[in-house]
Design a binder for this molecule. Structure first.
Ligand SMILES: Cc1cc2nc3c(=O)[nH]c(=O)nc-3n(C[C@H](O)[C@H](O)[C@H](O)COP(=O)(O)OP(=O)(O)OC[C@H]3O[C@@H](n4cnc5c(N)ncnc54)[C@H](O)[C@@H]3O)c2cc1C
Length: 430
């Protein structure tokens, strides 16, 4: 893995709090979503002396799931500054290259590891667990609930929940992903911000019946791709399906209908398709969603801000979302601390710092979707041939280099001056 030195520049004077040290305002912060961006934000806010509550819709922390990756200096630098790089590296999947196979399962081409798995690859649920455990001692976690309304006044936000009693917070941050409820409540309906990229994706855990050893196999046909990769030291595997389709308007919670659609799409598709469709019915976890991006002119409004996929999801196929969520949390918390809790100043600085970076990461997701499932058999065959020849071509590392450049295209400010203002007990415990 790369070990790029942290790229730091001092916080400029105009972000310094006007009221001097210990002048934090807006101390009580509600975060919606306990996956990557939410707990990472809570980690930093606590270090700067804020008090955080995280509300998560799922009844408990969502374990396992698919593999996500970090690539390049900015991502690794934030993990290192959080003191979590070792824990993340210890839980890495160690997945190597991915092979494209023919109908008989014979490898015909290879996708290099750095393109497929970045510098450090980890299961999303394992990452969420590490972040949760690092924050549970100081953050209030409320599982099985969701924000239902946000009413802002001059001093704060009155928040109502599906289950819990209404509460007041100074600020509310939506870290609740692609289908963010916070975004809907504060900015408007999802259709205004979420763009379907013409591809659907399904993922679930299954047995490693192919005996894959830290690798994956993918089988591509016209408009479809089915794949398996090993996980958790080869003791299990993840089954992955992609297919091209216009928006289907499926209910996101209707798993029966989603599985029926997948069955229609992949029955008789060849290789492991039928076997995996059978396994799907017994999977402990089943994820199905549109491959989509989020584009917004602003990520903040009044006392509400968005972070991670809720603000700028670059799509699940970009390989950028997790690092982007982590960097966004670092910047948002840092700017809040640097501004002494002045949300107007901090939110403006957050948008300014993150805009170009998020845009660059989003571009990575633009073309990948259609490349993943080319519309015709001819193009699918051509792509397989290209991957086969790729190791011998002069531009063989180009795609990985472009991805790395996008992931590193931010100069992380050093917010440690803001950290000095936090309570001594917080500093001692870090
Ligand atoms: C199939 C797939 C493969 C991916 N592969 C990669 C990859 O290889 N590399 C990479 O970098 N990224 C990858 N990603 C993207 C990555 O998972 C996300 O970018 C990243 O998890 C963003 O983190 P987040 O915390 O912003 O949002 P999420 O991880 O989506 O978390 C949102 C959280 O909010 C919760 N929530 C939702 N609604 C509510 C509500 N109303 N109230 C309270 N809580 C709520 C959810 O339960 C969830 O815990 C992939 C994504 C998918 C779906």
């Amino acid at each position: 893995m790369t070990n790029t030195k942290p790229n730091t520049k001092p916080t400029p004077n105009h972000t310094k709090p006007k009221n001097g040290p210990h002048a934090h305002r807006n101390l009580r912060i509600l975060i919606s979503g306990a996956s990557v961006a939410g707990p990472a934000l809570a980690h930093w806010l606590h270090r700067y002396g804020f008090t955080t509550t995280i509300v998560e819709r799922a009844p408990a922390l969502r374990d396992g799931g698919y593999a996500v990756d970090f690539r390049g200096g900015a991502h690794l630098s934030v993990l290192r500054r959080m003191g979590l790089l070792d824990a993340v590296e210890a839980a890495r999947t160690g997945t190597g290259s991915m092979a494209y196979v023919n109908e008989l399962g014979k490898p015909v081409a290879k996708l290099p590891a750095d393109l497929f798995a970045g510098d450090v690859e980890i299961l999303r649920g394992d990452l969420a667990r590490i972040l949760h455990d690092a924050t549970a001692g100081h953050t209030e976690y409320v599982f099985g609930d969701s924000v239902t309304s946000l009413e802002e006044d001059a001093d704060g936000v009155h928040v109502t929940f599906e289950r819990g009693a209404p509460r007041r917070f100074d600020l509310v941050i939506g870290a609740d992903g692609l289908h963010s409820a916070t975004r809907r409540l504060a900015f408007g309906p999802e259709e205004r911000f979420v763009r379907h990229l013409g591809v659907y994706c399904a993922i679930f855990t299954t047995g490693n019946h192919l005996g894959l050893d830290r690798t994956g196999h993918a089988y591509r046909t016209a408009n479809r791709l089915v794949a398996m990769y090993s996980a958790r030291h080869n003791t299990e595997a993840k089954a992955v399906f992609y297919f091209g389709s216009p928006e289907l308007g499926l209910d996101r919670r209707d798993v029966v209908r989603q599985q029926a659609v997948l069955t229609e799409q992949f029955t008789g598709n060849g290789w492991q398709s039928d076997r995996l469709l059978h396994d799907m019915r017994y999977a402990p976890d089943f994820y199905f969603d549109s491959v989509a991006q989020v584009a917004m002119d602003h990520w903040t409004r009044g006392r509400v801000a968005l972070v991670g996929d809720a603000a700028h999801c670059p799509s699940s196929l970009s390989g950028m979302g997790t690092g982007l969520a982590l960097v966004g949390a670092y910047v948002l918390a840092g700017e809040l601390a640097a501004a002494g809790g002045d949300h107007r100043l901090a939110f403006a600085r957050y948008e300014e710092e993150m805009r170009a970076y998020a845009e660059g990461c989003r571009k990575m997701g633009d073309g990948v979707a259609r490349l993943m499932v080319p519309g015709s058999r001819f193009t699918a065959g051509l792509l397989n041939r290209y991957y086969k020849l790729m190791p011998y071509l002069p531009g063989k590392d180009m795609a990985a280099k472009i991805a790395r450049r996008a992931a590193e295209n931010i100069t992380l400010r050093d917010y440690t001056a803001a950290e000095v203002r936090t309570a001594p007990a917080v500093r001692a415990g870090r």
